[in-house]
Design a protein. Sequence first.
Length: 169
Amino acid sequence: GFVSLVPHTVLDAIAMTNCLMVVQCTEPLEIFTGIETPNRYVVHDMYLRPILFCAEKSNFISRECCGSGRNFTMEIRDMYGAELMKCYRDNPCFSCTDFLGTQFQGQQIGLMKKECCDGDFKLLGAGCNQPLLIRSPCCASCGGTQIFPVLTYTGIKVGEISPTTFHQF
């Protein structure tokens, strides 16, 4: 089974919802100049109430030179500013294998991994022997909304990730 986590009101709220919406906060500097700034996100529950804030920590050189292949740490905080989780990516720029680690209160709780020639992401939780698979579409850049089904290792669908773009002016 999975490692049990210390009770937290935000984790309870996430467990009781069937939908989370992650909204990226775009910086004016990035809009007007094209200079890549650290990403920030707000996670909303199914009633559009903000429940988490996420902020990227990375350096300017890696953002400009490596783009989406850069290393970073993503701090995830609750509504009161207390750190809840931390995600990190620590790979050489554009390495063949890509991974994203997740920690809760300093304890490793998960790892998402993608091999160079495999389109699927493998999501492994601490204490779990079989990964979940996130199926990547064959042509993720072919326009339209791309659905990423989340499957058990045996192929049973347990959810999906569906990106949506909102234009705010």
